[in-house]
Design a protein around this ligand. Structure first.
Ligand SMILES: [Zn+2]
Length: 311
């Protein structure tokens, strides 16, 4: 099979009440772990590569690794740029065989965000590539949210409608209470997703795919492994799986997973280094780490996102 866009996977996910996982990969090893899980569960999958990861992997290596996956497997695989911070980077990825790009101009004012996103859409659509935009700040723990109206700093439904209409994007990342990284909440703070806002947006944008960023759930056992073998990550509260299931059953068609993969992969490498201090074949460390990624992604697909068997 060749790499596909997310168009058909999102249509099916929207109508089927499930979501497709977009898994952030930093190297070919992690990509193989993600693909193995998707093949095993017969799930469509999105390989997400950030600008930083792309620089690290090199665009040609990233493209050919994804092409190898598509050649080897008979499941739909999309190659996606995560958080493209500039129009140029998005265009570069369109030219480099990506089937989907995200232009993240959410840090700019509304009109600039629209103009930048529109430019990427025109370029990408002319070449058969789909585009994700972002509206509203997806917070980090350091951001003190001052709620001055019902929507606070979350995505305003009317803005979402105007943004989609004027940019022509294919999917939209919104802010409803998720946050990037493993540390989303202050101690004692309870995770809360604004499903009321999601519902309002969906009502105004029927059949339009919504994307959830910052949705790692921070698996307890994996965090413990990371710390047991010399890691020093503080306790973290992720987004409860139940909330992710609910979002997937609504208009959310794509859920991003980044931090969970890193905690999993590097936790296992830490463990193997500690258990086998005299080994120096990279495979001794990397293969269990890749398997750990595969297990975690399998769990997400089967038990949280609901995309198993939908390939
Ligand atoms: Zn993100």
């Amino acid at each position: 099979m060749s790499l596909v866009t997310t168009k058909e996977m999102f249509e099916k996910a929207y109508n089927g009440g499930y979501a497709i996982g977009a898994f952030n990969v930093d190297n070919v090893d992690i990509m193989q772990g993600v693909i193995a899980a998707a093949v095993k569960t017969r799930s469509p999958v999105i390989i997400a590569i950030s600008g930083g990861a792309l620089k690290y992997m090199h665009p040609a290596y990233a493209r050919h690794a994804a092409l190898a996956a598509a050649e080897e497997c008979d499941i739909p695989i999309a190659l996606h740029l995560d958080h493209g911070k500039s129009v140029d980077l998005c265009k570069q990825c369109v030219d480099n065989g990506f089937t989907s790009v995200m232009i993240d101009a959410s840090a700019y004012d509304f009109e600039t965000n629209i103009a930048m996103t529109r430019e990427v859409v025109e370029y990408a659509h002319a070449r058969g590539v789909v585009v994700e935009g972002e509206l509203g700040a997806i917070a980090g723990i350091e951001d003190d949210v001052v709620v001055d109206d019902k929507y606070g700093s979350f995505t305003h439904p009317d803005d979402a409608v105007e943004f989609v209409r004027r940019t022509g994007i294919d999917s939209l990342a919104i802010a409803i209470g998720t946050a990037h990284g493993a540390y989303k909440f202050k101690p004692g703070q309870k995770p809360q997703l604004r499903f009321d806002i999601l519902q309002e947006i969906s009502a105004k944008l029927p059949e339009f795919p919504i994307v959830l960023h910052g949705a790692s759930s921070v698996p307890r056992d994996r965090l413990d492994t990371f710390n047991r073998y010399g890691g020093q990550l503080p306790d973290a509260i992720g987004i409860p799986e139940e909330m992710l299931r609910q979002a997937a059953s609504m208009s959310v068609c794509k859920i991003n997973v980044g931090s969970d993969i890193r905690i999993c992969y590097f936790g296992e490498i830490r463990k193997m280094c500690a258990l086998k201090p005299n080994k120096f074949e990279g495979r001794e460390y990397l293969e269990p780490a890749r398997t750990a990624v595969e297990e975690m992604v399998t769990y997400k697909i089967e038990k949280v996102f609901g995309s198993a068997g939908k390939a």
